[in-house]
Write a protein that binds this ligand. Structure first.
Ligand code: SF4
Length: 260
């Protein structure tokens, strides 16, 4: 498990304490078209194939199951936020249900932590009984998946379906990563079930591309009107992050009755 140390926090994942990847590798092959026409690849893929090759000997688009690290969260005694699929998509269609159940079983046992899950395959969430200490999240659609472009209409339908799925899941925190905010997503978020949202700019390596101001303001208007709390990524270069950041700094308190 990797602790997000302070020196890494600003460049890495700012909203979590640890990453834990008993399932790793991903076949979604997400890509984003940048405003200058360049194509950004998945950050996890870049890390796996350029920095951590030893841990990904068959490349990133391969399924890795690491039962030897399953009990890592149980060893962390302090309440923490743990991102459980920073190097994969736990709900990916290729991940065996039995592995997902084993991951969720550890989440139940480690009831003092909050586990953060993020997926681009939201419909599969409905196949599982998700522990209450898992924050169930969906990611805004990229420009390409599985090597094919997603049209604006496909992106809209994907968001609509994601939110429909979240409406049918009963956990304390349902959330959405809108990073990058690459289109005017606000109209799709009206009456959403989101408790939290993360909003960020587009990045391709060291380059950052800011979203259009109206897209951000429209999203803010809709999300705040429905009580969705917002975390602004550090890659947004506006002062908004100073006065609107509202992400929880404490894990969820789980009622004793739900602890396994
Ligand atoms: S689903 Fe996540 S981990 Fe998988 S390719 Fe897309 S961004 Fe990367």
């Amino acid at each position: 498990m990797n602790k997000q140390f302070k020196t890494v926090r600003k460049r890495g994942i700012e909203w979590t304490d640890f990453t834990w990847n008993p399932v790793a590798g991903c076949k979604h092959s997400c890509r984003w078209t940048m405003p200058d026409g360049s194509i950004a690849e998945c950050y996890a893929e870049t890390v796996a194939e350029r920095v951590a090759q030893a841990a990904y000997p068959h490349g990133f688009e391969h399924h890795y199951w690491r039962p030897e690290i399953l009990d890592e969260p149980l060893k962390i005694k302090a309440q923490s936020k743990i991102f459980l699929d920073s190097m994969s998509d736990l709900m990916g269609h290729w991940v065996p249900a039995e592995e997902i159940e084993r991951v969720f079983d550890i989440c139940r046992q480690a009831h003092w932590h909050s586990f953060q899950l993020l997926t681009k395959n939201a419909p599969r969430l409905l196949e599982f009984d998700i522990p209450e200490n898992v924050w169930v999240g969906v990611s805004a659609p990229p420009s390409f998946m599985f090597g094919k472009p997603l049209s604006a209409d496909q992106q809209k339908r994907m968001v609509k379906r994601q939110l429909e799925v979240l409406r049918n899941i009963r956990v304390p925190i349902r959330w959405m990563s809108i990073e990058p905010l690459s289109f005017n997503i606000a109209p799709l978020l009206v009456d959403s079930p989101l408790e939290w949202a993360v909003i960020g700019a587009a990045t391709n390596g060291p380059k950052t591309y800011q979203p259009e101001r109206d897209w951000v303001l429209n999203a803010l208007k809709v999300l705040k009107a429905q009580g969705t709390k917002i975390f602004f990524k550090g890659n947004l270069d506006w002062p908004l992050d100073k006065w609107l950041e509202d992400f929880p700094d404490k894990p969820i308190q789980i009622p004793a009755v739900s602890v396994v």
